[in-house]
Write a protein that binds this ligand. Structure first.
Ligand code: PMP
Length: 429
């Protein structure tokens, strides 16, 4: 890792903190710089190759450097650099989302997930005339001021009580703005949501949730939980917002809302939308989105939906439509998860694996996999050693244990991942 070490020293002189925050956070011994990626593989500047299950934090659903995406970006860009103006491509892209996503009756394109979340809040406020949001413990909705203070795993103190405190001591040291606009509850406890909304509905504009909790572990909702949220929001006339930044296009072309059959009022799509190009979407039912139409909610942004990013999104969806990789992504993910469970049993490791398949999470914890508060108390140091050992064996996963499957992954990739894990875990950590 000699060249990576040199680049890290160089980066620290001009980039605040250097670039390798993930490595610092998880105590990885090496800060690695990458030089290229193709399909399911990535190469570092020292010439090492890795099987990549990070997909650059999720966006690369087709794998690295998909030729149709690259070619479409080039071709659209050559039509002219059509930023901040009308062009037919934006309509074509919206028509595609409208076809696939149940809640996408009307939409607007933004730059990233964080920005689209804030637009959803704005619409919910404008429509209801109320200003607070109910959100859930352990969920992540971007890094802008109002949501940034909930970034990391809840503390022991917060996990101790059923009713999550309004103010988390989660992210000490993170400088962020107001948190007064949120009521926070534990995830998956419908009765508690019902009681809270009954009490606070006069000030709540919306409930926002990740349809699958993907940012602290990877936990699917309890049977009936999302339907329950839907019913509560309808009863009180508040918005149900699905933050589909991770689940969108990954669980299904029509998002987790199609997979679970629950249609929210507003939803946010980003990450896998455009294979890493910066575009996101705030989509919603006409009843809510018409406020943008009537200019009661400002939506702007110089860089929104320029044609290179629209091209990347359009091409990504075209490939997903044509190749239909979802069934295979589910199968490969579930195969790896089953392999991990077998290895855990054989090696006696307290390893748990959670998730629906196209993404899943690995942790070391003494709790059943469906106990999210138990699994959030995972052994961070041990996971750090595991992630580092995997890396040295040529497999990259996200530092906090999340793994993403792409359309480019194969059975051989799944087998190689499991073989590396088995070697590491039987040796002991
Ligand atoms: N919501 C969720 C569920 C996310 O996972 C993320 C990013 N990890 C965001 C919002 C923010 O998206 P972005 O990083 O594109 O701003």
């Amino acid at each position: 890792y000699q060249k990576s070490a040199e680049l890290l020293a160089r980066s620290k002189k001009v980039l605040a903190g250097g670039v390798a925050s993930e490595f610092r956070k998880y105590n990885h011994p090496h800060a690695i710089f990458y030089s290229g990626g193709k399909g399911s593989r990535i190469t570092d500047v020292d010439g090492n190759e890795y099987l990549d299950f990070t997909l650059s934090q999720g966006p690369l659903i087709l794998g690295h450097s998909h030729p149709h995406v690259l070619e479409s970006v080039r071709a659209y860009s050559e039509e002219g650099q059509l930023y901040a103006g009308q062009h037919i491509r934006e309509i074509e892209l919206a028509e595609k989302l409208n076809k696939h996503i149940p809640s996408a009756e009307l939409m607007r394109f933004c730059l990233d997930g964080s920005e689209a979340v804030q637009t959803a809040f704005r619409i919910a406020r404008a429509k209801t005339g109320k200003s607070k949001f109910l959100r859930f413990e352990g969920h992540y909705h971007g890094w802008l001021d109002n949501v940034a203070w909930g970034i990391s795993t809840p503390s022991e103190e917060a996990l101790g009580s059923r009713e999550a405190p309004q103010v988390f001591p989660w992210s000490q040291g993170i400088s962020a703005g107001t948190r007064d606009e949120f009521v926070i509850l534990p995830w998956n406890d419908l009765e508690l949501v019902r009681q809270t909304v009954a009490q606070h509905h006069h000030e709540l504009a919306a409930i926002i949730t990740e349809p699958i909790m993907c940012n602290n572990g990877c936990i699917v909702p309890n049977e009936g939980f999302l339907q329950g949220l839907r019913d509560i929001c309808t009863e009180y006339g508040i918005a149900l917002i699905f933050d589909e930044v991770i689940t969108g296009f990954r669980m299904h072309l029509g998002g987790a809302q199609t997979y679970f059959g629950i249609t929210p009022d507003l939803a946010i799509f980003a990450k896998a939308f455009a294979s890493g190009y910066p575009i996101s979407a705030i989509v919603g039912k006409k009843d809510w989105m018409h406020l943008v139409e009537e200019a009661k909610v400002i939506h702007a942004g110089t860089m929104n939906s320029g044609n290179p990013t629209v091209a990347a999104a359009f091409a990504t969806i075209e490939v997903l439509e044509q190749d239909q990789p979802h069934e295979r992504m589910f199968r490969l993910g579930k195969k790896i998860m089953a392999g991990f469970e077998k290895i855990a049993a054989e090696t006696g490791q307290n390893l748990i694996v959670q998730g629906p398949g196209p993404m899943f999470n690995i942790a070391f914890a003494d709790a059943p996999a469906n106990d999210y508060r138990g699994t959030l108390r995972y052994d961070k140091a041990k996971l750090g050693r595991f992630v580092a050992a995997l890396h040295d064996a040529g497999v990259r996963i996200i530092g906090r244990g999340l793994c993403y499957i792409s359309a480019a992954h194969t059975d051989e990739d799944a087998d190689a991942f499991l073989k590396a894990a088995e070697t590491i875990l039987s040796r002991g950590l």
